[in-house]
Design a protein around this ligand. Structure first.
Ligand code: FES
Length: 151
């Protein structure tokens, strides 16, 4: 990659040492439009997917229905559909029911995928994920140089 690796100009919400920080997850080019891929960040299983308008999304790779991986799902019409039983989720993680090909309706508002803050900068997908252990990346430049590969 020829672009310089600079820490993103994305604000961190707090100066607390153990607060989630922006971390490079994978190269933007690893995630094609209307595709979902698995990724890991310090042992945490994530799905990174790109909607049809180019928007990038990073969620826990776990369907709220029965816990299957969303990274095996299908992306279409701005929704990601779980491959197991077909539950669909909009870009906010809300479960959606298709009424017909042009209409959709929200399902129970409590049924939500776990969504993380994600942005693209300098050719990378950056994510802010609370990690199980304190894995704060203090030097984004060093971390970007050894970015995590999407599966
Ligand atoms: S596990 Fe995802 S729809 Fe059932």
């Amino acid at each position: 990659m020829n672009e310089p690796l600079n820490p993103p100009d994305l604000p961190n919400p707090t100066s607390q040492e153990d607060a989630p920080r922006w971390t490079p997850l994978c190269a933007s080019s690893d995630v094609a439009e209307n595709r979902a891929r698995a990724a890991t960040l310090d042992g945490k299983q994530l799905v990174v997917w790109r909607d049809g308008e180019g928007g990038i999304h990073v969620w826990d790779d776990r369907c709220p229905h029965r816990g299957e991986t969303l990274s095996d799902g299908v992306v279409a019409g701005g929704l990601i559909a779980c491959a197991s039983h077909g539950w669909r989720f909009d870009v906010n993680g809300q479960q959606i029911r298709l009424i017909n090909s042009t209409q959709s309706a929200r399902c129970d508002a409590k049924i939500h995928a776990t969504v993380h803050d994600a942005h693209e900068r300098n050719g990378y997908v950056w994510v802010r994920v609370p990690l199980a252990r304190a894995a704060v990346v203090k030097d984004a430049r060093a971390s970007a140089a050894s970015h995590h590969e999407c599966a």
